[in-house]
Design a protein around this ligand. Sequence first.
Ligand SMILES: [Mn+2]
Length: 352
Amino acid sequence: MKKNTHGEKALLAAEKLVEKMGGMDKSKVNEKLPLFVRDDIPSYAGIATFLKTPYYEDFNNIKDLDVAFVGAPFDVGTTFRPGTRFGPESMRSISKLFKTYNFEAGIDLALEMKMGDIGDIFSIHAIDREIEQLSEAVSTILKQNVFPVVLGGDHSIAYGTIKGVAKSIEGKVGVIQLDRHLDMTPLMMGEKMHDTPLYHAGSLPNVDPKNIVHIGIGGWQNDARAAAGTKERGQTVLTVDDVDELGVDKVAEIALEKAWANGVEAVYLTVDVDVIDSGISNGTGWPEPGGLLPREVLRLVRKLAEPGLIGMEVVEVSPPYDDNNQQTALMGVRIICDTLCSLVQNGHLPKK
Ligand SMILES: [Mn+2]
């Protein structure tokens, strides 16, 4: 029997989706132009919330949402190039290019669930206080049974976000990070900078360091002591060579096995965009050549989302260093959309 190509499958899925939407609508062809921009056309117009989802002013009242996008415009944790305080803004603005429909999956996120943009977490620009802000903000979202998508921000925010997740659930939390760097240094410049969050996350009462998995690590910017400390704490590290030799699917399988081991109740995904080869994606604070290819990262996050996630973040998008194509911000948005799509495909979203 002839096997359908992925292209054929996608077109069949589109047909089914259109049926679900009530069929092809030909009546709008000669419709009168509206006076103001109120829908998603034209795509370059309108107010830049993430994916043009509705803005929710009252973050204590988002119970009807399935997914909340929230910015963390923070870059005081950077140790080289700053600029990630503009990360949320750039991902929101380039997200205008995206529709909520994914061709290959045949899924329209907006038809499947209710998504909203709740604006930004107020940044204190003092790391320890910022961590408390982030942790409170994330638990405020989770308390309302909403899936948080955090738009970073430098990677120091991860200690705050993971802390927010950890205090929101009774059981154990696993963490998977995609990054070129371990982020396992206890302190840098005497503070919990962006090279430290996974160290501190592993010290939280219900985060066992053995359930922390690092993917994409490598190159010339890691610290040998931090690496030895990572081994001492029993964490799993998978390098770019591992992805090369084992393939994305096998790497995802190993990562999931470790992150979910020993009765873990929920896994959080933190994606540092510097995991992508800096020749392709250079709008970031600590670019390190030799990283993963965009399509490897996208397949990886889709696989990692298969058993479900409690929340996710994309960090280290630094627009002042991004190219004119906003390539890094663009990848940040795709990472989020692909992860959400996989969560829908695998029945984890919507939760309500
Ligand atoms: Mn990082």
